[in-house]
Design a protein around this ligand. Structure first.
Ligand code: SAH
Ligand code: SF4
Ligand code: F3S
Length: 436
């Protein structure tokens, strides 16, 4: 058995990176690494990076600059870059940042143990292939069964074939691939055995999942059979892949939570077309009507981009109008960021101050809708899955089925369990309630 070494992982970007970081830690566990929260004591530091916007990508280089002095203190420290920036700019990272020992893409991190051996002998290692073998099949052998918290992510689908004109994901994560359902069900059972009550199924385009003959809905129904698994969520979905079975599941599957992240990006038909989203605003309205028909209390969430090339005041107004009509419980808003290699990068860009002004206006509307949705919970009875202790003694924090954070005075035994709660108050970012 090799000696214990310490691993520090910093994760950027989406939930899929959170999941990948966990799996990378497990993979390196086979080489004697245990995770640490303190980067100063680490023998290896991994940055799991995101390439979605320019700012996200640039952060990596400034972080690497900050890590450099740590290497002067501990010459044995190894530094690795993983994730989507690694995939997109692997060679450039090696060139621009000599402190980096290892670069690994999102599809090859099952090879980390071998790469670790290579860098221990002083070599550099770079692997950004899209390999034939299924990394999860290899990684599954090391899936930890140690006790863990009540919620977990589980990646079921990776990559994207949609090629929205602004987006790097089809390039950094590759083509759509679905994991076989049996492996997912086995992983879910392991998670439940380790104490997990709620699983969020992940995919860049999760509702395009086709590892089950009945699609994502079929997988959800199979997962719902697992005793001890109480809640199922999924993210992120594309409007064009919301099929009838999935909409129906929102109405009939009790374990499927009434919350849906369904990004539309823009409310202007002209911009939707230029973005290559392949649906109109009316298609989206009709879809939302059907989903709410199946599950009237469903809380909707979305993503919006302002300042896409060619966006006029009227196009932006169309987006504001769509948001007013749909009413979101939550949404992420982004200023368009030019990404190298994407079709939209070739188009004339809008001025930064115009984008800033639109972002502010949109953000204000979203904030109001978020707050109104949260406030509307006051007086209602909801179910809270308690995840951890609150700041005040005797207080626990959990999430409602609608994904609102909720503080409740409750005994510690309630941790990891679901309880009925009556909501008493709504604060800036959370609800407060009492056990029923
Ligand atoms: N697969 C998901 C989104 C993945 S990226 C979907 O299709 O909805 C998450 C979000 O980042 C996107 O929904 C989009 O709103 C935003 N985004 C992606 N590329 C961007 C860019 N170049 N500039 C600004 N925001 C971007
Ligand atoms: Fe990117 Fe579009 Fe694919 Fe989402 S659907 S990951 S925005 S290309
Ligand atoms: Fe970022 Fe890659 Fe996720 S670019 S958003 S980490 S898929």
């Amino acid at each position: 058995m090799s000696e214990t070494k310490k691993l520090f992982i910093k994760t950027y970007g989406c939930q899929m990176n959170v999941y990948d970081s966990e799996r990378m830690a497990e993979a390196l566990g086979s080489k004697g690494y245990v995770q640490t929260e303190k980067q100063e004591e680490a023998d290896m530091i991994l940055l799991n990076t995101c390439h979605i916007r320019e700012k996200a990508a640039e952060k990596v280089y400034s972080e690497l600059g900050r890590l450099k002095p740590l290497k002067d203190v501990n010459p044995n420290l190894k530094i690795g870059v993983a994730g989507c920036v690694a995939q997109a700019e692997g060679q450039e990272i090696m060139r621009r940042a000599p402190v980096v020992d290892l670069v690994v893409g999102p599809q090859t991190y099952h090879r980390l143990p071998d790469m670790e051996t290579a860098i221990q002998s002083g070599a550099k290692a770079l692997d950004t292939d899209f390999p034939e073998e299924d990394k999860f099949a290899i990684l599954n052998k090391t899936r930890a069964k140690a006790k863990r918290g009540p919620t977990a992510f589980l990646t079921v689908q990776e990559g994207c074939d949609k090629f929205c004109a602004f987006c790097v994901v089809p390039y950094t994560r590759g083509a759509e691939v679905s994991r076989p359902k049996d492996r997912i069900l086995a992983e879910a059972r392991d998670l439940v055995e380790a104490g997990v009550r709620e699983i969020t199924l992940l995919g860049q385009n999760v509702n395009a999942y086709h590892g089950h003959d009945k699609g994502l809905a079929g997988l959800i129904w199979d997962l719902a059979e697992i005793d001890g698994l109480d809640r199922i969520r999924f993210t992120t979905s594309h409007p064009n892949d919301m099929d009838d079975a999935l909409i129906e599941a929102h109405g009939t599957c009790e374990k499927l939570m009434p919350y849906l992240h369904l990004p539309v990006q823009s409310g202007s038909d002209k911009i939707l077309k230029a973005m290559n989203r392949k649906h109109t605003r009316d298609d989206y309205f009709r879809l939302i009507d059907r989903i709410r028909g199946a599950r009237p209390d469903l809380v909707l969430s979305g993503d919006f981009i302002v300042g896409f090339p060619g966006e006029t005041d009227q196009d932006f107004e169309d987006t504001m109008d769509l948001i007013r009509q749909v009413n979101y419980g939550m949404a992420f808003t982004f200023k368009y960021s030019t990404r190298p290699g994407t079709p939209a990068a070739e188009k004339p860009q809008l001025p930064d101050d115009l984008m800033d002004a639109r972002l502010q206006e949109l953000q204000a509307l979203i904030t109001k809708q978020q707050r109104d949705t949260q406030d509307s919970m006051v007086g209602r009875e909801v179910n809270v899955l308690f995840e951890k202790k609150g700041r005040m003694a005797g207080q626990l924090i959990g999430k409602t089925e609608y994904l609102h954070a909720c503080y409740v005075e409750a005994p510690e035994e309630a941790l990891g369990k679901i309880h009925k709660v009556r909501i008493k108050e709504s604060g800036p970012n959370s609800l407060g309630g009492v056990l029923v």
